[in-house]
Design a protein around this ligand. Structure first.
Ligand code: NAD
Ligand code: UGA
Length: 431
């Protein structure tokens, strides 16, 4: 058991802190956001992640997990400090590292000799060296800085922590690297040791590759539409080739979330700074940017004009099983629908529970309420509740059952013999 601190209690920090505590470590999580720490202290986590609340309750009851806003309290006798603060995009696409530097500044006075600083936040190659310089200068000692990028997915983050595909440890110091490996020793994932800049690049390259798979399949989906083919079967057929793999080949309205858009942009920015041509990287982003507009075009092609039509947008989060709305493609879809004059009502299985309005549109409390009297339904997130919703209920609730499915939730066969117009992504339209 080790004494650990985690700085930043967002999606990554909170999951890391709670899961490390449930591995038997003694963990103090720290955040500058007092309202977050207050909320957690009242027993209520500020974000939704399946399984996390239960682990938090078990670990706090066992006394192995605590929360604070004080850097001193978190760091003073920690053997390792994980940094998991945000690295959001700047306007030019570069990663904004100001939160990282501010966090390092705040904790530096309390760093002890031998404390290892572990960077979990996603940062451009070379950042570990700048952080080490900053720490060495302010502490007057040589602090070990290890790059340990995070690969969890929102919505399955707890499972990804315990059963991840790999743990990457980037360090120039074998003792620091061995210590970080020891922290994770109860996990079955294979460990890859490397230098810090390679670890930083593994993180960006992995996200860029996954984003590339999605943009690739979305481009193939457009071709399938033109050829009358079915992208879901094309993807299944491609995925049967082990070299290709079946995952991340779901066509849709594009990737969102706080990471793929920002990480591909940051990588592109780094390449441009170094005057390296990276046409593939630019295309990943470009294909994704066009997805919501191309989807709305199908709606306009069907109706001519949607001025005054009632549009029910189903699913608002950037993916199911999360409450995260950052960079959600649903927002672009809503903006486009609104700009075409549609009256939009939203529904999301999680967001509708806590909010009545979002992004200037009203939210329905149930999917049925959103659909009642609607001229069109637009599916943006494949929540289970939406996938399980029987297609024959659409015509009974809607004024006219026009379904535009941006996530291919229904098998086209399910629509057969129903009085609906069903347009999805990369598949023939059913009418
Ligand atoms: P987040 O925005 O959810 O959380 C960041 C937290 O850091 C916030 O609670 C904020 O208040 C806190 N913070 C900011 N400055 C601070 C400071 N000086 N001291 C203490 N706390 C401070 O971010 P996130 O989604 O958890 O992402 C964190 C990092 O992890 C990013 O670099 C991201 O790219 C990377 N990452 C995210 C995911 C994901 O699924 N969200 C997965 C892998 C990697
Ligand atoms: C992604 C990566 O999967 C994680 O490994 C990584 O740690 C994380 O980014 C990060 O760096 O933050 P996440 O953004 O939580 O995780 O979610 P994903 O499941 O990757 O989905 C991202 C977006 O891609 C969603 O909008 C999803 O709808 C879309 N997607 C995903 C598709 O359109 N098609 C697919 O086949 C898969």
């Amino acid at each position: 058991m080790n004494k650990l601190a985690v700085i930043g209690t967002g999606y990554v920090g909170l999951v890391t802190g709670i899961c490390l505590a449930s591995c038997g470590h003694h963990v103090t999580c720290m955040d500058v956001d007092e309202s977050k720490i207050d909320q957690i202290s009242r027993g209520d986590l500020p974000l939704f992640e399946p399984g996390l609340q239960e682990l938090h309750e078990t670990c706090t009851a066992a006394g192995s997990l605590s929360y604070t806003t004080s850097p001193e309290e978190a760091v003073q006798d920690a053997e390792a400090v994980f940094i998991a603060v945000g690295t959001p995009p700047r306007k030019d696409g570069s990663a904004d590292l100001s939160y990282l530097h501010a966090a390092v500044h705040d904790i530096a006075p309390f760093i002890q000799r031998n404390t290892v600083l572990i960077i979990k936040s996603t940062v451009p190659a070379g950042t570990h060296a700048d952080i080490k310089d900053q720490l060495d200068r302010t502490t007057g000692q040589s602090v070990q800085v290890v790059s340990n990028p995070e690969f969890l997915r929102e919505g399955s983050a707890v499972n990804d922590f315990f059963y991840g595909d790999r743990i990457v440890i980037g360090s120039t110091d074998p003792r620091a690297a061995a210590f970080v490996e020891h922290i994770y020793e109860s996990l079955p994932a294979p460990v890859l040791h490397t230098d810090p800049q390679t670890a930083e690049m593994i993180k960006y390259s992995s996200n860029a590759f996954l984003a590339a798979k999605i943009s690739f399949i979305n481009e193939m989906a457009s071709l399938c539409e033109a050829e009358g083919a079915d992208i879901t079967i094309v993807a299944a057929g491609m995925g049967m080739d082990k070299r290709i793999g079946e995952s991340f080949l779901r066509a849709g309205i594009g990737y969102g979330g706080s990471c793929f858009p920002k990480d591909t942009a940051a990588l592109l920015y780094s390449a441009q700074q170094k005057k390296l041509p990276v046409p593939l990287l630019s295309s990943i982003h470009e294909v994704n940017r066009k997805q919501p507009g191309a989807f709305i075009q199908k709606i306009l092609d069907r109706f001519g004009s949607i001025e005054g039509k009632k549009a029910a947008v189903l699913g608002l989060t950037f993916k199911p099983n999360t409450d995260d709305l950052r960079q959600s493609p649903s927002r672009d879809v809503i903006n486009l629908l609104t700009s075409e004059g549609a009256m939009v009502i939203g529904y999301d299985p999680l967001i509708s529970k806590s909010r009545k309005r979002i992004w200037q549109i009203p939210l329905a409390e149930t999917m049925e309420e959103a659909l009642t009297g609607a001229d069109l339904a637009v599916i943006c997130t494949e929540w289970k509740e939406i996938v399980d919703f029987p297609p024959d209920r659409y015509p009974s609730l809607m004024k006219e059952a026009n379904i535009f499915d941006g996530r291919n939730c229904y098998a086209i066969k399910q629509a057969l013999h129903l009085p609906i117009y069903y347009s999805s992504v990369g598949r023939p339209v059913y009418k």
